[in-house]
Design a binder for this molecule. Sequence first.
Ligand code: F58
Length: 815
Amino acid sequence: MDTQTFASLFLEELQFTRGTTLEAASEQDKYIALVRVVRRSLIERWHATNETYNKAVPKTVAYLSAEYLLGPQTGNALLATDLESTARAALSTLGIDLDDVIATEIEPGLGNGGLGRLAACFIDSLATLNIPAIGYGIRYNYGIFRQTFVDGEQVEQPDTWMSLGTPWELPHPEKASLVGFGGHVEETISSAGMPGRTWVPAWHVQAVPCDYLVPGYDTENVNTLRLWSARATDEFNLQIFNSGDFENAVRARTAAENISNVLYPEDSTPQGKELRLQQQYFFVAASVRDLLDRYLGLGVSFTNLPEHITFQLNDTHPVVAIPELMRLLMDEHGLEWDEAWGITQRIFNYTCHTLLPEALEVWSVDLFGRLLPRHLEIIFKINEVFLDEVRAKTGNELLVRQMSIIQEQPFRAVRMAHLATVASARVNGVAELHSQLLRDNVLKDFSAYWPDKFTNVTNGVTPRRFVRLSNPELSNLLDDAIGSGWTRDLSQLSKLEELVDDEGFLEQFAHVKSLNKQRIAAVLAERDGIELPTDAMYDVMVKRLHEYKRQSLKLLHVVSLYARVLAGTLRAEDIEPRVVVFGAKAAPGYRMAKDTIALINAVAATINNAPELRGRLKIAFPANYNVTLAEKLIPAADLSEQISLAGKEASGTGNMKFALNGALTVGTLDGANVEIHELVGDENFFLFGMTEPEAESLAQAGYTPSKYYEQDEDLKLAIDLIASGAFSGGERSTFEPIVSDWLWHDRFMALADFRAYVDVQQDIEAKYRDAEAWNRSAVLNVARSGFFSSDRSISDYLERIWHATPLPAARRHTA
Ligand code: F58
């Protein structure tokens, strides 16, 4: 498409779909017109892709995920279509700045954190690698809440991502399917005289597919992300029409449509909310039916289904797909149990994303039976057959109880992770250490029983979004230095090793970092009114707020510097100028996390105004950290904080994004940090803290945090300063819950790692003062992080789990 064509299509969209003129167009009109023009070339490729896939009837990877944290779409689409410069030129002939239009976009935040963002990176890589794949999920009306601070406290606002319209979405109400809930199960006799069971749901909801285009990079393929939106059935409408009880009838309809209304902003423990189970069943029922019907329609036999479909369960949220497939195969298609189970076991695979036992989902048998009676029967049967086998093989009743899909205590419930493990061909963790700990602890009985079922696939991130788009300056430098092949094959970054002694290159590299600091400083000034120096070290900790991630350890470090300056044991001039940036949302119901946010803001308010620290230390805590902000912030970081207690962070993916953008990591041997450390080398990574076995044995021996407080003067000084009310206007009670948690619980052992952390920060300062040594290490971080591309993760999934093959879409014939 040339500039002129682009410009005239843009005007046409303004005129005919927005019903406006260039002069009268609002920001929203321009945004939508722009998207609609870019969309055209993607849609052509999308049709070609679907046609290719339908002809070849290949194996499809279906990624089932309750979350996709997509981030802004337009920039990525311009990259995939290679239309950025055309669009820029075209709009500029009309007096419009492309960046202004792109900046109006509100990202679809349809995920909580790492798990949702991983799903988004994975669909990008699947398309780029030409893999026939479809992502299935939920089109929430409200994604992750918008975070604001009021007097330093987090206040959640609804996320209105759809307020500008949803031009990236292609809804198909006419293709809606029905999803049932509640009711009872009846005995039936088939036409062949066979007894069977049939579910008679009490109510139904329509699942409306809304398709998103998922363009591959530097390829024709455009895959689909199909998100389901809940709509009341005509049954509800009829009820309303006929009902004298108008209010109740409307309420029933609203309840049905509520299913896809909000994303659960919970990233710690399952909420045990009925609506959440409804969401889970809603989207997997629609998805399983969708793909099954497609393949049966293409003439694939039941026995051959596992050669054509592989369902990847992104954590336990979609696990109810397992009994749903069994139900469809048996109750709707008349297969016998053994045949249906044989097929099911070859179709599903399960990825676990946690190590915290309280984060493993369970559903009470009561609730499950009320909402999904037939599915509960099927789960009981799966369990019965499985446990009989375990009993026969081992004769160990304790093991039988431990491995059961049903827990009896503290209440009777379905253990979704057990169901997933029993039914899946492969179970994987998301980093080497995590997969090992899954095998050794969380699912150890299962890995002893089925050693070959367990595997690892270390997470990765898409280099398109997290380098090419987010860091154009670095990207240009890389293109000039090693060619642009790295965008598609990130292992090519290793070519940078040759440049690490090239002074000119190191200077350019440092210059890029400095430009990125200027860019984020400008963004934060405008977005949050935060003024930052651009010549300080940027020390960044951005991730969901959780005790195990230990934002409080970072805070204790900062407070201890201040406390020591006040006490006269540290001269402010000896502190290397540093900006500490936090970004974190706390689950709305998570008290300790919200208190920590308030404390960070309170400490920032004091320290940022303390004359003693002027020009030395500044805290920035912009509200509402999201993908849009991450893309601006990560490229500016010098130091990446990955300081969870060893054995608690499954992988982390932020850690990878930072390393790829030339930040050095300060981190524990946790999650993927272990692999980053190994690859970038000890001299280019600031390792500190207990290892997982050390933390475990400390916990076993009985951990007494107050001992560390008593024995470490700096730690005592910091905690005492907080306890004294120095950050709360003299009010000692404000942060008392945090202080007493540190002293008497400290479940994630921040105090035990404090000394090591503070000491390693000294090493960091020393190294930062040697700019050349620092830059060298930063370059080596980039050079050695090619492994962390999500393209590599997907290749690992293909080889170890999915066994699907690339199918490049047939090229379009351009006239
Ligand atoms: C994250 N999990 C892990 N869960 O914490 C992180 O280490 C890992 O890198 C990432 O997955 C990708 O594998 C995570 O983000 C959630 O947000 C769930 C949302 C729904 C409730 C339970 C937690």
